[in-house]
Design a binder for this molecule. Sequence first.
Ligand code: UD1
Length: 419
Amino acid sequence: MKPNHEKLIIEGGYPLFGEVPINGAKNAAVAVIPAALMTEGESIIENLPLIEDVFAMDDILLRLGAKIEYDNHSLKIDASNLQSYVAPYESVRKIRASYYLIGALLTRFGKAEVAMPGGCNFGARPIDQHIKGFRALGADVKIENGMIKAYAEELVGTKIYLDVVSVGATINLMLAAVKAKGTTIIENAAKEPHVVDVANFLNAMGAKIKGAGTDVIRIEGVKTLHPTRYAIIPDQIEAGTYMIAACATKGHIIVKNIIPKHLESLTAKLLEMGAEVNVFEDSIEVRCKERLRASSIKTMPYPGFPTDLQPQMTVLLSLCSGTSIVTEGVWENRYQYVDELKKMGANIKVEGRVAVVEGVESLQGAEVVAVDLRAGAALIVAGLAAKGKTVIYNTKNVDRGYENIDYKLKLLGAKISRV
Ligand code: UD1
């Protein structure tokens, strides 16, 4: 990958110390924003993270004819005059979650034409389960010239069994089913907190969705939806990234404004590795005085260990005493950052979906490239812990999912600057 010119420079070796407030969840935001297009009138979405993926989604909304207005972390969306149901490649290429426009526009107009999405490259990222579900609901779906084209005179509720647990398909089918005639049941649904968040948002718009957060979601179709005001849940991946960074730097931090339950798989793992973790009502304190013990993780759909924390966790494991095994259970190719980490002295062997991590005493600063969003976050964690200077290129990838990460880290005592 050709690096762009923006870079982060980190002087490593300073423990993180202090409190860090967590922003709204990226993966909830990028679904709730297109969902707001499903009705006329003005919805207000609060606690939005100010990140590149959200701005990319805003841009698509503008091109479709919606009006948007920011007030700090609140976004007013007026979709009364939405004119278009077509989102070409040029507008969706930056963001994977643009596939939610298919479900949203199908509900709004009965038709949607959306280019195949962009986003991080973790190997094949099929959307066959989305398409299978749209078809089951009665839509005619075809792929032509890189565009997914879906049309439906009428959407009719039905039972849909997902062959793989897919966050995207679960949310997209909820979007398409809210106004379908009769009842839709999604079986083997994803249970991620943002699936629940989107269901809550839709219910606030007048939808009738039950069971989100379990593997069976039941949707009674309604005739109309109405605008609403809604606050997005906190981002558990952002919170988890700071918790891991605190451990990697032998620091002591409190992540604030979070829902600790969403981080249970991580807190359990950090405790097992020897960190001190205290869970409060809406914050978690993490303290780490000594080198942690090696462990093993396997990423899985929620409530399993999240794949979006796998790269950051692998960095931490690479600094632990002993050998750790990391198994990537969600994506076929999510170890592209390992080559960058090796430049910093990590000892990691990747074999298919498994990484064997031999702990090293320390990492050393190097020039590295953020190949994708969480890879970039992982390299920041590595740079904070490493001896000497790390330069991370392609920081745009990190800005897709973290609001002001360099500023927040500076407040925690990191020596980090953006050039
Ligand atoms: C979402 C998250 C992403 C996270 C992922 C898994 C957003 C915007 N992105 O991605 O950060 O890493 O969940 O937690 O929320 N699959 C199929 N067919 C499909 C759909 C998915 O085979 O139609 C497979 C995928 O290849 C993957 C697995 O299912 O192996 C999970 O994918 P999915 O949950 O759909 O991921 P996304 O929603 O794209």
